[in-house]
Design a protein around this ligand. Structure first.
Ligand SMILES: C[S@@+](CC[C@H](N)C(=O)[O-])C[C@H]1O[C@@H](n2cnc3c(N)ncnc32)[C@H](O)[C@@H]1O
Length: 213
């Protein structure tokens, strides 16, 4: 599936090969603190959670007993790991969060929570970032929240394709992180501006950042 964008920036197409990325790496402390926040809130109803950037599926493992998790990623290696749980309720899509495809896959407001600890980190430009943020707000149900992390919001990387070799996988494709644009640091000032633009309430719980509808 080809990804389409509203901007003219250059985007790598990771769809046609089995790109490995975070499936066997340790969950980031940023995502861990988001999960702890959700566990601490002890939500009484079964929530529909959209996880942006599933990594090693840690969020699924921690939250699947009480909630329904849908995920997106650019890595087929991460999708393979997600499929290994054999859970028909854990649906994971190959989808670039800043692409038009996101809007096509998720067309209705149905999620109670969106987890994205690297909200702006991988954006190509401001226009596509704001388009993504608007799409996130549009798929949130009434009273829905976007949860991020202050440290993750300061992290900026770009992903590039790389051919790698090891004895387990021989020659294989990997995503390589390179330094991204420092304009992708999502400061609290910008978070306030985005909250005002989309009429969201912004709050903090230690390093966890919450945008509420
Ligand atoms: C640094 S890893 C973090 C994984 C996991 N969230 C964690 O914190 O441990 C970034 C994740 O975001 C995904 N990702 C990066 N850019 C993306 C994009 N434009 N659209 C969707 N997912 C993306 C990667 O595939 C990977 O799952």
């Amino acid at each position: 599936m080809k990804s389409n964008y509203i901007c003219n920036c250059k985007h790598y197409d990771f769809f046609n090969k089995n790109f490995l990325y975070w499936e066997n790496r340790v969950v980031t402390s940023d995502e861990e603190s988001i999960i702890k926040y959700i566990e601490k809130k002890n939500f009484k109803k079964k929530l529909k959670i959209l996880h942006i950037g599933i990594g090693n599926s840690y969020a699924y493992e921690k939250l699947c007993l009480n909630h329904t998790i849908t995920g997106i990623t650019l890595s087929k290696g991460e999708i393979k790991k997600a499929h290994s749980y054999n859970d028909e309720n854990y649906i994971v899509y190959y989808c670039d969060k800043i692409s038009i495809n996101f809007r096509e896959i998720f067309s209705k407001p149905k999620f109670d929570i969106i987890i994205d600890n690297n909200l702006k980190s991988y954006s190509c430009c401001q226009k596509s970032f704001e388009y993504m943020f608007e799409n996130f707000v549009n798929v949130l149900d009434k009273d829905g929240i976007i949860i991020s992390n202050k440290n993750g919001m300061n992290w900026v990387k770009k992903l590039k394709p790389k051919i790698s070799f090891n004895l387990k996988n021989f020659f294989h494709y990997k995503m390589r992180e390179v330094d991204g644009n420092i304009k992708n640091i999502f400061s609290m000032d910008e978070a306030i501006k985005m909250s005002n633009k989309f009429s969201l309430k912004l709050s903090l719980d230690n390093d966890v950042v919450i945008f509420s509808k």
